[in-house]
Design a protein around this ligand. Structure first.
Ligand code: B12
Length: 210
């Protein structure tokens, strides 16, 4: 097994101790940081993605894999300039006002990050104003909103309306997700997209953030 394969395997298994150790060894040997990222860390997440979609891996395992990738990335970050990694775009993500559920939102954020997006995570209970202020500050391609409660879903429409009022809606795609949502609901509130899981959310962002 090549060393890159070993690193990819460590990420896939969510073994962040080994992922960090192997990444360190590569760094000490003077290996190109981008090769470590692409052929090791991202290669590991590329094994995870289809397995999760096919129901062969579950949420905790995916989170462990994303965490293992993050451990490697933290070690590599000081060695690479921002310009070295072509970003696919900026995504602002948050759980809407009144809602504290963040497991799914965090998973989406991690998968987007490991897929090459810059992610600004606003956390939970994010007010309409906070989404709008962040949109002004970070100029994202996409805003993603998460809601797990039927009582908080409606806040998504408020945010879309507020983005319109602030004159920001035309340049920003809005996507929504969370267990009680559906494509129908997304259409009703005028969102640009809906995804039922983190992998589909990444594919959606790749389609929209062009
Ligand atoms: C864990 C959990 C909690 C935890 C949350 C911990 C945390 N840090 O998130 C705690 C215990 C705090 C909690 C509290 C409450 N909960 Co709760 N909770 C759940 C539970 C069991 C799991 C949710 C979850 O994490 N799922 C796993 C993740 C991975 O799935 P997911 O969130 O759907 O995310 C995926 C997709 O939806 C999508 N996605 C998610 N976000 C986004 C965003 C975008 C942009 C995109 C594209 C995609 C996307 O991708 C994700 C990954 O694949 C659900 C039951 C359920 N089956 O959903 C109830 C549930 C959501 N909770 C419920 C309730 C009622 C509550 C409380 C009101 C309970 C109470 N009386 O206090 C409080 C509300 C607190 C608040 N203000 O938010 C109800 C909601 C009912 C309803 N119709 O609204 C549920 C459905 C349980 C039930 N059957 O009654 N809860």
């Amino acid at each position: 097994m090549s060393d890159f394969t070993k690193l990819a395997e460590a990420v896939f298994r969510g073994d962040f101790g080994s992922a960090g150790q192997i990444t360190k060894e590569f760094i000490d040997n003077g290996t190109d940081p981008l090769a470590i990222i692409n052929q090791g860390l991202i290669a590991g997440m590329d094994i995870v993605a289809p397995k999760f979609k096919a129901g062969e891996m579950f949420v905790p395992e995916v989170m462990m894999a994303a965490r293992a990738m993050a451990v490697g990335m933290e070690l590599l970050k000081p060695l690479i300039n921002d310009v070295d990694i072509p970003s696919k775009g900026t995504v602002i993500i948050g759980t809407v006002a009144g809602d504290l559920h963040d497991i799914g939102k965090n998973l989406v954020a991690m998968i987007l990050e490991s897929g090459g997006f810059k992610v600004i995570d606003l956390g939970v209970d994010v007010s309409t104003d906070k989404f709008v202020e962040a949109a002004k500050e970070y100029n994202p391609q996409v805003i993603g909103m998460s809601a797990l409660l039927t009582t908080t879903m409606i806040a998504m429409k408020d945010t879309i309306d507020a983005l319109k009022e602030a004159g920001l809606r035309e340049n920003i795609k809005v996507i929504v997700g969370g267990a009680p949502l559906s494509q129908d609901f997304a259409n009703q509130i005028g969102a640009d997209g809906y995804a039922s899981d983190a992998m589909s959310a990444k594919e959606l962002c790749e389609k929209l953030a062009v």
